[in-house]
Design a protein around this ligand. Sequence first.
Ligand code: ADP
Length: 425
Amino acid sequence: MVVFATGVTSNPMLASGYASCVAAPLVGPEGAVQGVLSVYCRAPRAWREEEIEALAAFAGNASAALSSAELYQSVALQQERSVAILSNIADGIVAVDRDGKVVLWNSAAERITGVPGEEAQGRPPAEVLQRELESGEEAPAGERLVSLRRGGEEIWLSLTEAVMRDPAGAVAGRIFAFRDISAERVVEEMKSEFVSNVSRELRSPLTSIYGFAETLLRGDVEFGEEERGTFLGYIASEAGRLTAIVDRLLAVAQLDSGDLQVQVAPTDVGELVSEVVAAAKQSLVLDGHEFVLDLPPEPLAADADREKLRQIVTDLVENAVRYSPGGGTVTVSARRRDDSVEVSVQDEGIGIPQAEQGRIFAKFYRAETGRRELAGGGTGLGLFIAKELLAAMRGRIWVRSLEGDGSTFSFSLPLAARPVLSERE
Ligand code: ADP
């Protein structure tokens, strides 16, 4: 539509001295008028047909350009928004174009894979990660587990993949979203290994108890007093093993629920350590192991829960024997250090690699060396319980070890304010 006007004074251009005008509307995408394109002339004149047509065509082009600019602006805004969302999202997001080259590598992807975005841009993920992300399927469904190497460590990703298609239906790109689930996987693995270890640990004393009891019950064999005593002794000691395992499990449950109580009183640590070593000599299956006690002559009074402390030292001594399959000397020492009492259990066994020394105090954790070299079970709970019990008694525990060259576990407890009257005195 083109409008002519002459002498219309509400139009400021005409009011300011222009005498004639021709105008064409600028029509938006939905038919709405977005503006008017006007041409003015100082002299009154009639507008020729081709002038009007040219103006109408020009207005049409200008409308289209305006619409495109608006559309472009809204797409740019949308894209900015998407980039902001993708870069702040906790999941790693990687997009590849139709040639399989990276066009988007968000900051979570940088963090998870350890590869900076600039290094990944324009290259196929397989080249960047030494691992294909693509499933190769036309319509990949659900989550997949993918392992990658990040520096020296192996990490596990839970990955989903979406295929983008152009209007003709051809693959125009792919988007991968992934989370690092390595920690969950390790916990899962530790849990299931724990369940199988505990079952095995419970099963072997149960089997012995069952076997000896069955033997004693046999009606066809007459056992002498001595034999009966030996069998019953085994039954009692195996039942003791069972109790110790169940006690550990209970202790962990109590630690988890915050119900574990310690009764702290001045305790002679030297005396307790001697008792534990004497009991260990009786009860442990020793294979060329020797014990050395290194204690000061005077009592060493620490503020501790006597039974919990017994449990801790027993566990450390048992570990010292268990993780020294070739035998060797186990040295248990205790001494006063300023305002604390320090106890050490030293062995000449398999040792613990540096990288694992910080982790062995974690719940369920069992070092690779122990699992590799010893077939015997273990629950990965002893050191965790020791650490927690000591913390409850205001003490702490640490280890010094060299792989293949023995370990020394030490702990300290606060020196008791008042002395203990030791039974040794
Ligand atoms: P468990 O002995 O039942 O596996 P612990 O919590 O007592 O559980 O010990 C955790 C891990 O620490 C063990 O699996 C073992 O790998 C390592 N460890 C503990 N004590 C020693 C030791 N004296 N020498 C070598 N490794 C040890």
